[in-house]
Design a protein around this ligand. Structure first.
Ligand SMILES: Nc1ncnc2c1ncn2[C@@H]1O[C@H](COP(=O)(O)OP(=O)(O)OP(=O)(O)O)[C@@H](O)[C@H]1O
Ligand code: SF4
Ligand SMILES: [Mg+2]
Length: 373
């Protein structure tokens, strides 16, 4: 490790979006396990999907945190826990200091207005039988945002804000393209003037040509209305332009958190280095000036029976014996950079070579990276 570690900094002192003061959102040791049941008449619980397993981060007012990781690492589950679409198994989700993780539906109601979600799929997230006016107007009515007589004009105003024709309030979702539908979803989220929006892969279902437009719209809205964002994505290219702070998840855990510049130029966790080396325009910087790609082999292990110690060890070219026996804590380096790795270090050209050698060994052998190499 090239930097002095200072031990784990309590998340309460940080606002991972980049500012100071009490965070708007503070997630502490958040856990969500889904029971796995046997088939048959008596459906006994035979295991737990450890979808989210001890995640902590915070987001300040008006700030954006990117949450990135491969498919199945627990990003959407984290987003649904923050918005209380799911109840946590344990841990805390503090919004303006209140732990909303166990509030009753009645007590939760005011927070539902403050915390909104934009879903990945603009096709299934809008009811095809409701007009755009009804989709955007319903939250206005439910939360009494404007008097009834003003709902239509407010809907039209919101359509204009997201770049749609205000006269189209009477149309149905099926009459819009994917990008336009996502704009409707954004207008619905904005309608209640939320303080926090969880955007769960909001552009991954859209054409590449449309993605930048929607991300730019979200960035403009974030600036204009001072909304905080948790922006979920499966690759580092999308969050790069939107989020000053980025958290990388692997198999239910956060493995690295850093501000954008540090993460892109000095990723310390082998998993982040591998993710970054796959992003074409930053790959060179991420592997210490060399173009070689850091390669990972194999699939993400099952979250029902994750590897002992470090969950990344079955795919890590740097793994040693300690990685199997001791889980690396998320340690804070100088500059607030956090990383969970026993051998955290900035990337070097040797990493690319070692990772490629590990891939070759796995192809020749049994698919496992030998420990203690
Ligand atoms: N309701 C559920 N019941 C059981 N397992 C679930 C449930 N929801 C999610 N999971 C499992 O939890 C893990 C994390 O899922 P999640 O949807 O949070 O991942 P993700 O990072 O959002 O993936 P993707 O990039 O594919 O959207 C996966 O193994 C998933 O199969
Ligand atoms: S703790 Fe070990 S296995 Fe995990 S990322 Fe670091 S070196 Fe790799
Ligand atoms: Mg998801």
């Amino acid at each position: 490790m090239t930097e002095t570690t200072t031990g784990t900094t309590p998340t309460a002192e940080r606002t991972w979006g980049g500012g100071t003061g009490t965070p708007l959102l503070e997630v502490k040791d958040l856990v969500k396990h889904f029971p796995v049941r046997s088939t048959g008449v008596i459906r006994r619980v035979v295991g737990q999907v450890q979808a989210v397993d001890g995640v902590s981060f915070s987001v300040g007012r008006g700030e954006s945190l990117g949450l990135v990781g491969e498919s199945g690492c627990g990003k959407s589950t984290t987003g649904r826990l923050i918005t209380r679409l799911l109840d946590p198994t344990s841990g805390e989700v503090r919004f303006e200091g209140t732990d909303i993780g166990s509030l009753s539906p009645r007590k939760m109601l005011p927070f539902r207005r403050e915390i909104q979600i934009i879903f990945q799929d603009p096709y299934s997230s809008l009811n095809p039988r409701h007009t755009v006016g009804s989709i955007i107007g319903t939250p206005l009515r439910v939360h009494n945002i404007v008097p009834k007589k003003d709902v239509l004009s407010r809907v039209q105003e919101l359509l204009e804000v997201v770049g749609l024709n205000p006269e189209h309030y009477n149309r149905y979702p099926g009459e819009f393209s994917g990008g336009q539908r996502q704009r409707i979803g954004i207008a619905r989220a904005l309608a209640v003037r939320p303080k926090l929006i969880v955007a769960d892969e909001p552009v991954s279902a859209l054409d590449v040509s449309i993605q930048a437009q929607v991300v730019n719209l979200l960035a403009d809205l974030q600036k204009e209305f001072g909304i905080s964002f948790v922006f979920i994505a499966h690759d580092l290219a999308i969050v790069r332009h939107f989020c000053p702070k980025i958290a990388v998840m692997y198999l239910g855990k956060i493995v690295e958190v850093a501000d954008r510049e540090r993460l892109y130029t000095q990723p310390h966790h082998p998993y982040t280095q591998a993710l970054l080396s796959a992003v074409p325009d930053v790959g060179q910087a991420a592997v210490g000036g060399r173009r070689e790609r850091i390669r990972l082999f194999g699939d993400v292990p099952s979250p029902i029976d994750p590897p002992s110690g470090c969950r990344f060890r079955t795919r890590c070219w740097k793994a040693q014996d300690i990685c199997a026996s001791q889980e690396p804590p998320l340690r804070t380096l100088v500059g607030g950079h956090q990383v969970a790795c026993h051998f955290a270090a900035p990337p070097s050209a040797a990493d690319a070579q070692a990772s490629q050698a590990a891939v070759a060994a796995a192809v020749d052998g049994d698919g496992e990276v030998p420990l203690g190499r």
